[in-house]
Design a protein around this ligand. Structure first.
Ligand code: UDP
Ligand code: MG
Length: 321
């Protein structure tokens, strides 16, 4: 078995049988020209067309081709996750199977990882060949992702064409629909040297896009929130919820004092006292104290959950001597 492989190409695919042979030939051509040792890992994400037959045929003729076949369609992130686990190359390159990403970019991406020392290089489809309904929301998406993640130099978080140092893919976990935020996940794991390369993009030649519809925006933003929460206080929920809860509780307590003092003062001076329920402070006290307690309990529960989470002591150790 090969001891070192220069490049693993990981290709998640869902019903792309028409594109595969052409994509394979193109990748092979590039690899041969530059003399890279390589493997091509096709992850068949539950295709219902003949994609798997094509992969089997390619694998039979070329031992560099590997295939993973999901029993059903799980999504692009799970496909990438399994491809990452299987990859053996020093540099891992992901690309879409639809021929929109060009394998000609591989040598330069490889060079940026191995020579310029990047942990991750993301493609940037500066000139896109996609309908406006896709490109316009993408601009907004990227602006938000840049802001939240703090990775200021990326224009295209969700580009399918990316290159990684091997340690990165072995130490991050992509799940759900988190493939949109891999640079952010990598950054949170401590891989901070993240670069970008402008890449050529083409219109889809065969088939159709698998990511239409509106719910991807909603899901995308929710995922971004999850990631920023996880990174911010996923390991110490009490610090946030306990803090908010305490503030609420203090506010409520002050309101109680105001209401009580008011009443006592009226009783003491013998002026006709209002009912406490007539004072707005009464309601403020009521809601803030209830909310405060709730937040506190939420923090405590979060703390209990994270004590039991198996990755609670999962830290990224770069080196040990
Ligand atoms: N894909 C996948 N599983 C899915 C949906 C998509 O593996 O559930 C693959 C798809 O086959 C393609 C890549 O993810 O190789 C990107 O999908 P697509 O080209 O449809 O996205 P777009 O370029 O339109 O954003
Ligand atoms: Mg595409």
């Amino acid at each position: 078995m090969d001891t070192t492989i220069d490049i693993s190409v990981v290709i998640p695919l869902y019903n792309e049988d028409e594109s595969l042979p052409e994509l394979y030939d193109w990748i092979k051509r590039v690899m041969k020209e530059h003399g890279f040792s390589h493997e091509i890992i096709f992850v068949n994400d539950g295709s219902t067309d003949s994609s798997w037959d094509v992969i089997e045929r390619l694998a039979a003729a070329d031992k560099c081709v590997r295939g993973i076949k999901f029993r059903r369609n799980y999504g692009k992130s799970p496909a990438l996750y399994c491809g990452f686990r299987a990859a053996r190359g020093n540099v891992v390159i992901t690309m879409d199977a639809d021929l929109q990403d060009s394998p000609d970019e591989i040598p330069e991406l490889y060079r940026m990882i191995t020579e310029d020392g990047y942990d991750l290089v993301s493609g940037y489809k500066k000139k896109r060949y996609d309908p406006l309904s896709k490109t316009l929301p993408t601009k907004l998406f990227n602006a938000t992702a840049r802001k939240v993640s703090g990775i200021k130099n990326l224009h295209d978080f969700n580009c399918g064409l990316k290159a990684y140092r091997k340690e990165v893919v072995k130490n991050i976990e992509v799940y759900g629909e988190m493939h949109r935020y891999i640079p952010y996940i990598a950054k949170n794991a401590g891989f901070t040297k993240i670069g970008e390369k402008v890449v050529h993009h083409q219109a889809r030649k065969f088939g159709h896009t698998k990511f239409g519809g509106l719910n991807r925006f909603v899901n995308g933003y929710l995922d971004l929130l999850t990631l920023s929460f996880l990174n911010g206080f996923g390991l110490k929920p009490m610090h946030v919820f306990g803090f908010l809860g305490s503030i609420m509780f203090v506010l409520g307590f002050i309101a109680v004092v105001v209401v009580g003092a008011h009443k006592l003062y009226a009783l003491w001076t013998g002026t006709p006292a209002h009912l406490v329920t007539e004072s707005p402070y009464f309601y403020i006290a009521l809601t803030t104290m209830i909310l405060g307690t709730q937040l506190f309990v939420a923090g405590f529960l979060g703390e209990l959950v994270s004590r039991n989470a198996q990755e609670r002591n999962n830290y990224q150790i770069e080196k040990e001597i």
